[in-house]
Structure formats: C-alpha cells, structure tokens
Unconditional design. Structure first.
Length: 161
C-alpha cells in the first residue's frame, strides 16, 4: 500500500509541478537563462515549503514577468509542453479510470480533488492523498488502485523514453 501512495503522489506531483525540467534535469531550461536575481528568487521559492500551490504559481509568474523575453518565451513553451503532456495523461488515465468500480473511482476522485486544491502546500497534498488511500479497507478496491498505479507507472515510463 505504501508503494501505491508513493506512486500516485509522484504521478500527481510530477504532472503538476511546473518547476521540474522537461529535459530530465532538476532545473528547467528557462531557469538556466534567468537573471541571477531571478534565479535566487526562484530557488528560494522552490525551497519554501510554507507556500500553497497557488501562491507558488503566482510567485513564479511574478518572477518570470521581470525576466527577459527569451526567458518568458522558454517559460511559456515549458508550460505548453506540460499542459500537452497533462492532457495526454489525463485521456489515458480516464480510459483506465472508467473501468474501475464506483468505490475505486470515488477514491480517485478524492485524490483528484486534493490535487486540484491550490490552497494547500505540496506537503499537505501528499499527506491528504496518503489519508485518502489509507481509508481504503476493501481488498478489491485496493487491488483496483494498485492496478491503476501499475498502468499509470507503465504510461509514465513509456512517456519518459
């Protein structure tokens, strides 16, 4: 069950967080080209675990607004690529989700609601997702969620190659 929590959490965060590189690096291309002041602000923001996801998004946009046109363009390109990837994954995810029982779908809906809540921190998101998964007591539902995890992991692995 712990592996399920970890996989779903990483999947959710990996598809949502704008600050990871598209090229496998921890630092996105646009950050490499930012002013020193912008880089410092960005790095400080990424280390601040007290900010909500919404606050982080707003502050990233504010930092980028003060950067060069090249950085702004790279940032927008990264956002577009992330959104395209998110859309593709969502389509595949919905195909798998439609095959789950109503109880398993309910758990996944709770996880999605937590993920979509921009008024919580990333740490709170992880904790709330763990709680939602830990409430599952039915072995059949657990099995369905584990199958979902496996298919999501397979999809992510194929997408990463």
């Amino acid at each position: 069950m712990k592996l399920l929590i970890l996989t779903i959490t990483l999947f959710v965060l990996g598809s949502a967080m704008p600050h990871h590189g598209m090229n496998g690096d921890r630092e996105p291309e646009f950050v490499k080209n930012m002013s020193e002041e912008g880089k410092q602000k960005f790095q400080e923001l990424m280390k601040d675990e007290t900010k909500t996801k919404g606050q982080i998004e707003t502050e990233i946009n504010n930092i980028i607004a003060n950067e060069s046109d090249d950085v702004k363009k790279q940032f927008e390109e990264m956002k577009t690529k992330k959104e395209e990837m998110r859309t593709q994954l969502k389509t595949k995810f919905n195909d798998v989700l439609s095959k789950l029982s109503p109880d398993a779908q309910n758990v996944v809906s709770k996880i999605e609601a937590i993920h979509n809540d921009m008024n919580i921190t990333h740490r709170q998101e992880i904790e709330q997702i763990k709680e939602a998964i830990n409430t599952v007591t039915d072995a059949t539902v657990k099995g369905e969620l584990e199958s979902l995890r496996d298919s999501m992991f397979k999809t992510r692995s194929l997408e990463d190659n």
